[in-house]
Design a protein around this ligand. Structure first.
Ligand code: TYD
Length: 137
């Protein structure tokens, strides 16, 4: 996915079961997300003004969801940047491999839920922006 672009990343509408008692959103492998979820993690208690991400992945696909509150995700393919404000627990941003991402503007109490296609592997990260630009060439 060296050639992936920001236009390969899209907002996926997740189903929402609305009830008087509250809502439920369900994510199922192969149904809602175009990959099998092998790992789930969530970011929380992010201090105001703090930024997360700042890396790309070579193989990992992710669905990023604002399970609570809001934050923005800026994706960058080395040529074009797009910024999404995530603030709905029934929407997820699909981020394909080969995309630099930065998460900012976390609201107080926000929870960033990430569904990932692979287990954690530091070797899959590109953490240096110049290396990322070289990788995309
Ligand atoms: P990192 O992915 O760099 O965080 P973010 O993109 O949210 O800023 O991960 C931060 C640290 O957490 C890193 O040192 C490795 C560790 N970590 C794991 O051990 N397992 C995981 O699944 C994740 C996502 C991170």
């Amino acid at each position: 996915m060296k050639k992936s672009t920001v236009y390969d990343c899209t907002i996926i509408e997740l189903d929402k079961h609305h009830q008087e008692r509250g809502n439920i959103t369900v994510v199922e492998n192969g149904v809602t997300v175009p990959f099998d979820v092998k790992r789930t993690y969530y970011l929380y208690d992010v201090p105001g003004g703090e930024s997360r991400g700042g890396h790309a992945h070579k193989e990992l696909r992710q669905l990023i969801v604002a399970a609570s509150g809001s934050f923005s995700v800026t994706i960058d393919d080395g040529s074009i940047k797009r910024t999404f404000l995530l603030n709905r627990p029934y929407q997820g941003l699909l981020v394909v491999p080969g995309i630099w991402r930065t998460l900012d503007d976390f609201s107080s109490g926000s929870v960033c839920l990430v569904l990932a296609s692979h287990v954690y592997d530091e070797a899959d990260y590109i953490r240096n922006y110049d290396d990322f630009l070289k990788y995309k060439r």
